[in-house]
Design a protein around this ligand. Structure first.
Ligand SMILES: Cc1cc2nc3c(=O)[nH]c(=O)nc-3n(C[C@H](O)[C@H](O)[C@H](O)COP(=O)(O)O)c2cc1C
Length: 180
């Protein structure tokens, strides 16, 4: 099979497409879509999210050290796109989308309750690779919330039953929902 050299932005596929939610010191909620993210450590469990410093979410993360990773399903793609294309500096995304949310039980950040999984995290460290623009935040998993319908009788998470939003073919999906 002949291979052709190619460049892209996201090389590891499938890549997660998540929504990170935060709350500033004045109690204002914000969220942004994040594609550069992953599992980072086991025992203690940690996640990593890579954030562009110009974003409002970045400022809040630096200020509070708290965030929630929300795993959206396909039925949330319009919200995912909106949250990933509008800044909280310009618009209250929670109000604009009438997002349903609850307070985190451990960290001071909102859980997006339309997402079947919400992972409360506390930042333990961050690094800014050189050369590079993003800052990578490592968050210790403090609490994981899963909709009961996605748990079996032993309490195992039924990932295969969730129609999680996938990065595969995502650009086409974004074109489907993006404003002209
Ligand atoms: C599919 C998708 C993936 C994205 N991935 C990232 C990411 O990994 N890191 C990042 O900082 N921004 C990412 N963004 C862009 C932010 O979500 C977007 O700029 C957002 O408006 C920032 O909001 P804020 O200023 O309220 O924090 C992504 C956007 C989309 C649509």
């Amino acid at each position: 099979m002949k291979k052709t050299p190619k460049q892209d932005q996201m090389y590891m596929q499938p890549a997660p497409q998540i929504i990170v939610s935060v709350r500033d010191k004045n109690g204002r909620n914000n969220a942004q879509t994040v594609g550069f993210a992953g599992n980072a450590n086991y025992h203690p469990d940690m996640l990593m999210i890579s954030i562009i410093p110009e974003h409002l979410t970045y400022d809040i993360l630096r200020e509070t050290g708290c965030f929630v990773v929300n795993l959206p399903m396909e039925n949330f793609k319009k919200e995912l796109y909106y949250i990933g294309s509008h800044s909280g500096r310009d618009v209250d995304k929670f109000a604009a989308l009438d997002l349903k949310w609850e307070n985190g039980s451990v960290v001071d950040a909102p859980l997006l309750t339309d997402c079947p999984v919400n992972i409360e995290c506390r930042v333990v460290m961050s690094i800014k690779p050189e050369p590079g623009h993003n800052e990578i935040f490592f968050g210790k998993v403090e609490k994981v919330h899963v909709d009961e319908e996605y748990l079996d009788e032993q309490g195992h998470i039924l990932w295969e039953n969730m129609d999680l939003f996938s990065s595969l073919g995502s650009m086409k999906k974004y074109r489907d929902v993006a404003p002209e």
